[in-house]
Design a binder for this molecule. Structure first.
Ligand code: SF4
Length: 97
């Protein structure tokens, strides 16, 4: 098993149609999530830019994985999706097994 298998590359996206705008994700992981003036949460790029295209993804830095995973678990809208980059299988979120 390689190191990559131990720590698969993950990415995260938000389904804004279901976002309640409570801001829990932005509290847990402000480096990754931010509320925009429309009151909905969006993911951010590594250089802090809000990504507002539908289904936009951003990589999950390993050091923030716990915070992003907790965000997905606590998200009242069930709309934070964390998936493997390799095969797009959701690992945390409403579509995770
Ligand atoms: S935790 Fe979920 S519902 Fe709440 S602001 Fe973030 S994405 Fe929206």
């Amino acid at each position: 098993m390689t190191a990559q298998d131990d720590a698969p590359e993950l990415e995260v996206w938000i389904d804004q149609d279901l976002c309640t705008g409570d801001g829990i994700c932005a509290q847990y992981a402000p480096e990754v999530f931010e509320l925009d003036i429309d009151g909905l949460a969006y993911v951010k790029s590594a250089d802090d830019e809000l990504l507002q295209d539908k289904g936009a993804t951003t990589p999950v830095p390993l050091k923030l994985l716990d915070d992003v995973r907790d965000s997905a678990k606590e998200c009242p809208g069930d709309c934070i999706h964390v998936r493997r980059v390799r095969d797009l299988v959701e690992v945390y979120g409403p579509d995770a097994e």
